[in-house]
Design a protein around this ligand. Structure first.
Ligand code: GUN
Length: 288
């Protein structure tokens, strides 16, 4: 291994501690703690794990947590009605509806119904548009976490060649907007990109967010590049237990890259820390 390991766990702990201190100050001034409402619809086991870690981290940071667990058969109307209640609830600064939602519910409609001021996921079109136009926005937690890791590793990102692999609304697109905001030169590559390895080889910064286990190989990487792996893929092992791997073939890429995030312990912990940070930011903005 030649690459420096980017310790997302340590960076996340430090951000969570900053949020905890600032949340205490907020609570003293406002007479209430910043509040995060989480909504989980159905029984998806991975979603249940993610939401549980978000609730635990919320409590540890001294934020108020309001959890709503809804049945798998919940109607769109009922979920929209819960969102309307949370929008109107003065104790709630942030609303997180865990995705994916069951098929009878249109996720886009639900995201659109969340008050943009409480949209701590940064998924609402108003926040996406504000980010794209360089205005103050609530920014999606995973790309924000990636940016914080990149800034800590590299400092100024201006003029760097960045390749984002993946064009999702949750990671790829907002990641590209954030990197443009840092004056990087940004390419968004995806499943239809011609000569993907050749495109990635130009990159000083690679952000992999495609959801394909170990797709990015060592010979795609410019020596010394910084590699951020957003993937969390469970793959089966011979003992039948399974293990988590990223979108990057870690053992080979770490021989070529200058710095790399591990999976787990890289981007994942930063996503949760940024959710707490966004909730605090939303609380301050709402308090005026
Ligand atoms: N599902 C996977 N990632 C996320 C996320 O960041 N936020 C929400 N709400 N759902 C998700």
């Amino acid at each position: 291994m030649t690459a420096r390991l980017i310790d997302g766990k340590a960076a996340a702990l430090s951000l969570r501690e900053q949020v905890r201190v600032a949340a205490g100050t907020f609570a003293q001034a406002a007479g209430r703690r910043p509040g995060l409402a989480t909504v989980l619809v159905g029984e998806d086991p991975a979603s249940a794990v993610y939401v549980r870690s978000k609730i635990k981290a919320t409590g540890e940071a001294g934020l108020e947590s309001f959890h709503h667990k809804l049945d798998d058969a919940t109607s769109e109307e009922d979920l929209l009605s819960l969102v309307a209640d949370l929008n109107a609830d003065e104790r709630v600064d942030g609303i997180l509806v865990q995705l994916p939602l069951p098929t009878q519910i249109d996720a886009a409609k639900v995201i659109d119904a969340i008050s943009p001021d409480k949209d701590v996921d940064g998924f609402h079109a108003l926040n996406a548009g504000r980010l794209a136009t360089g205005l103050d926005a609530l920014v999606p937690c995973t790309p924000l976490g990636c940016l914080k890791l990149l800034r800590a590793e590299l400092g100024d990102l201006s003029g760097k060649n960045a390749v984002v692999i993946g064009r999702s609304n949750i990671v790829g697109k907002p990641m590209a907007m954030l990197l443009i905001g840092e004056s990087a030169t940004v390419t968004v590559a995806h499943s239809r990109t011609a000569d993907l390895p050749g495109v990635v080889r130009q990159a000083d910064i690679v952000v992999a967010a495609v959801g394909r286990p170990e797709m990015v190989k060592a010979d795609w990487i410019k020596p010394g590049a910084t590699v951020i792996d957003v993937g969390i893929n469970r793959v089966l092992t011979d003992d039948g237990k399974g293990r988590l791997v990223g979108d990057v073939a870690f053992s080979e890429v770490s021989q070529v890259a200058g710095a790399i995030t591990p999976v787990p312990g890289g981007v994942g912990p930063m996503t949760i820390a940024c959710l707490l940070r966004n909730t605090l930011v939303a609380a301050h903005r709402r308090a005026g």
